[in-house]
Design a protein around this ligand. Sequence first.
Ligand SMILES: [Zn+2]
Length: 449
Amino acid sequence: MFLYHARWVLPISRAPIENGTVGVEGERIAYVGPRANAPSGTDRDLRDAILLPGLVNAHTHLELTVIRGILENLEFPDWIAALQGAKRAVMTPAMLLDSARMGIAEGIRAGITTYADTCDSGVVLRALREAGVRGIMYQEVFGPSPGDAELSLRELRDKVEVHREVATALQVVGVSPHAPYTVSGALFARVAAYARDANLPMAIHVAESEAEKQFVVDASGPFAERLRARGIRVERVARSPIALLRDLGVLENRPLLIHCVRADQDDVRTISATGCSVAHCPVSNANLGHGIAPVVELLAGGVRVGLGSDSMASNNRMHLLEEARVAALMQRARTGRHDALSAVQALELATIGGARALGLDARIGTLEEGKDADLTAFPIDEDSGAAGGDPVAAAIFALGGSKARFVSVAGQPLVEDGELVTKYADLRLRVQSAADRLRAWKLDTSRSS
Ligand SMILES: [Zn+2]
């Protein structure tokens, strides 16, 4: 047995343990408790560190990592259009794969061991496997024209069949009908029925922007105009984006609902009653000017909520402790209550909350005997700026952005002594050249528009 000793062990399922130890036997956790009572084994001293369950990122677009910094200061519909343009004009499958590898390397260094990724190209499953991290790749599907629904579904099924060959116990496949303004009602209903039959998890971007709400509620606004310009009929469909998904029968799948910024009381009740989970992305939502999701209300309704960084094109960073800090601060600012979201609750969102939202809480999300050994440890020495008094407050309010000292997935170390076990020297150069090409494309398009 390997014995990971740390100044603080935060099991999440119970109170922090000072001078604690997590014992790992193969893939599993075999002991959690005081160092003084630990069974015998091989010592791995993490010293002045906070040892946590591996962090769970409930929403990423890893293939877009390289687009970081390219799409700043755009109105949301223009941002979406520019993103699609960049993908079409510049991004080859090889670049997208490298981009995903780079994103995972960054995430591992930030202590993220699980990734729930919505992916258009389908490269992420391979990148997750190579890196040895845990994840769900939801294959995206688009298709705003109802006439194309059957064809889009067939293409989706073909892609999922191929992915399922590559999937493992750690890296699984799901589906993601992208969003109400890119997926017709006919396609939503077909994909939901397929996912139920094939037992595939599902994730949907929903209730994110004002433009999406306008599109759903009265068939107006920039998304409606763009579709009409393409000859696609757009009609008033529902009282809210969440109500639209309910009316289409999509919520019966209990999908992971990404964003839910524009969710009113009725919507929160619907999400709660249908047993859907939510990926909350506070930094991306703030950055794009969408607002603040009603996380306090969702949690009060018993909804399973996790935290997502969203893509590097809308966040620029992937650090779940920072995401948790922003989540806590924003709920406090929004509600005017200092205790709206405590540090303990924020840390739960980044760990067991995300695990529950993804249906993985039997395996990960807390440090408990029998669970998989997905671990992460952050240094709290004088260099990290974290105070040692309250380790949960330190984790949430002082460790955002810091690099993990140790990370493992199912007992397999991915970071040791603050260094990635697998090095990525050539990858860095390839990603740099991809970023240069994106910058050149952006200069070209801004000159010609
Ligand atoms: Zn997203």
